[in-house]
Ligand binder design. Structure first.
Ligand SMILES: [Zn+2]
Ligand SMILES: [Zn+2]
Length: 303
């Protein structure tokens, strides 16, 4: 029977629908092999990418909320730990795969962009691009003035912007009246989504950006990444708890040598942690920078 038909019947009539009325009903438990482990643990990746390019096809196991509840309430045991590990392995593989796709996508774009950069740019196009850059710079300054509360300055700058926009329009019209097609010289700049690997147009319309962010593929990978991040945080917390628990429970024997040892090892671990924090900080900066530059592009396309 087709999976979804079976699932529908299960939902309507229960999973024991085919048993004789007198037969003893076997209680279902989370340990039954036909349950989807990933669904019980948190979610099934097969549900995330339906009808997208990343579609994994239907899940062959049962998604049942009752057994899921049982599993969630069950004591931590080796079987549960195995399931969690399996889940994390599965989603890590999926994330690694999309990360490789992201790297490849960026390489492709770099290659494309380097070809574009080598292309001679006409004087006219350069003049228009210069004005666009000036406009973006003024808009930024006006925003900063607004944030400072300097309303006069902000208004002055916006006035200048309006003037420059008029100049830009006039220039474009002049060039176009000489048979010069400005839009052709403006290649659409692309970027790769850091979450799902899709190609995006820099400075695209907000509605299309929203469509992407609300799309199954982007949401699916966001969910996978979040689950992995949460798992790592939990691991770190457990590690810290174990570490502090160990150091407080050990005796006061040979106090000095133990102290020396732990000082050494903890400074070593701190070192690691600092490095990790450093890396995280860098990643964050990179992300911020990227989103700033995205905003800039967006603004530029509007100005
Ligand atoms: Zn499943
Ligand atoms: Zn995306």
């Amino acid at each position: 029977m087709v999976d979804y038909q079976r699932q529908l019947l299960d939902e309507l009539m229960g999973r024991n629908r085919n048993l004789d009325p007198g037969a003893k009903i076997k209680e279902k438990t989370w340990k039954d092999g036909d349950n989807c482990k990933f669904y019980m643990h948190s979610f099934c990746p097969h549900d995330l990418f339906v009808n997208t390019r990343a579609d994994l096809g239907p899940c062959a196991k049962i998604h049942d909320d009752e057994t899921k509840k049982q599993y969630q309430e069950a004591q931590r045991c080796s079987r549960k730990i195995d399931i969690e590990n399996e889940f994390i392995r599965f989603i890590s593989n999926m994330i690694n795969e999309v990360d490789r796709k992201i790297v490849k996508g960026k390489q492709r774009l770099d290659l494309m962009n380097s070809k574009l950069d080598q292309r001679p740019i006409s004087k006219q196009a350069e003049a228009v691009l210069n004005i666009s850059d000036k406009i973006s710079k003024l808009v930024r300054e006006a925003e900063e003035a607004g944030i400072r509360g300097d309303v006069d300055q902000a208004q002055n700058l916006m006035g200048l912007c309006e003037k420059l926009k008029e100049d830009k329009e006039t220039l474009i019209k002049q060039y176009e009246s000489c048979g010069f097609n400005f839009s052709e010289t403006q290649e659409k700049q692309m970027e790769v989504c850091e979450t799902c690997g899709a190609f995006l147009i820099v400075g695209d319309a907000q509605s299309r950006i929203d469509d992407h962010l609300m799309g199954k593929q982007h949401i699916g990978y966001t969910r996978l990444r979040k689950a992995l991040e949460e798992y790592k945080k939990k691991q770190e917390k457990e590690f810290e708890e174990r570490r502090s628990g160990r150091s407080s429970s050990s005796g006061r024997r040979s106090e000095r040598s133990r102290d020396d040892r732990s000082r050494h090892s903890s400074s070593h671990k701190d070192d690691h942690r600092h490095k990790r924090d450093d890396r995280r900080e860098k990643d964050r900066h990179r992300r911020d920078r990227r989103s700033r530059s995205r905003d800039r592009h967006r603004r530029r396309s509007r100005s």
